[in-house]
Ligand binder design. Structure first.
Ligand code: C5P
Length: 233
């Protein structure tokens, strides 16, 4: 994979014009764009089409978690948008994960890769205990990643400090998409556990989700180029 293809820029905005403007600036400088609940709730499928129309692969990050039939319906509904990635919560269980994978497969060769979210990084061991999970957050991450993999999921969204363990446990083909990335030359803002792009890739990340270091830069295209350079472009 060429270094630029690893970078997914997080377009966290409610404004279509802002997202499309950034996408235009960044075509060819990043591998794709991630749109999440903020952008999708404000702009819907038309907003996704607008970003995709500039020639940008899109990761629709809506973290679906529902009964299998409903999640399959959501995945199926996303297929006309031709996303490169969609995602679900691994804690939805085996049947839900299989339903998501089967629905994505209906797109044939153009199918999106289906990623899973394991444990939200905002939760610590104590938060998990309050939900009835008595092991550590890191054990739960591993358990859910294996569950996802066993049910056909293509990879997980994980924090940088989980890369080593998940790469070891899930093998080289399992995709690891990693947010919380900060180039050496930026401040960490509110991300507490950050890693540089080069370090994350060295450890085994396939894709890096990077938002503000690119979108908040004076010149986003230059910032993306510097990150690609750090990755060896
Ligand atoms: O601007 P920044 O690079 O922090 O953006 C990171 C993106 O990755 C945001 O869209 C955020 O929601 C997402 N994310 C994260 N940390 C996680 C999971 C997802 O920052 N643990």
């Amino acid at each position: 994979m060429v270094p630029t293809d690893r970078i997914f820029v997080a377009l966290d905005t409610t404004e279509t014009a802002r997202a499309v403007g950034l996408a235009r600036d960044l075509v060819g400088k990043v591998g794709g764009a991630k749109v999440g609940k903020e952008y999708f709730t404000a702009n819907g499928p038309d907003g996704v089409r607008a970003v995709a129309s500039v020639g940008m692969p899109v990761f629709i990050d809506l973290k679906w978690h529902d009964i299998p039939n409903t999640v399959a319906g959501a995945v199926r509904a996303s297929l006309p948008l031709k996303p490169a990635f969609v995602n679900v919560h691994a804690s939805g269980g085996a049947a839900m994960l299989q339903a998501a994978v089967a629905a994505a497969a209906e797109a044939g060769e153009q199918r999106p890769l289906v990623l899973a979210v394991t444990v939200l990084t905002s939760l610590d061991d104590e938060d998990l205990r309050a939900t009835g999970i008595n092991g550590s957050a890191s054990d739960q991450v591993l358990r859910l990643a294996k569950l996802a993999q066993d049910n056909g999921i293509d990879g997980v969204v994980c924090s940088a400090r989980e890369i080593d363990v998940l790469r070891e446990a899930c093998g080289p083909q399992f995709r690891l998409m990693v947010p919380g990335i900060r180039p050496a030359w930026t401040l960490s803002a509110d991300q507490k556990r950050v890693m540089t792009p080069a370090e994350a890739v060295e450890r085994g990340a396939d894709y890096l989700v990077i938002g503000r270091p690119i979108t908040g830069a004076d010149d986003p295209a230059v910032a993306a180029g510097r990150i690609a350079e750090e990755l060896g472009a």
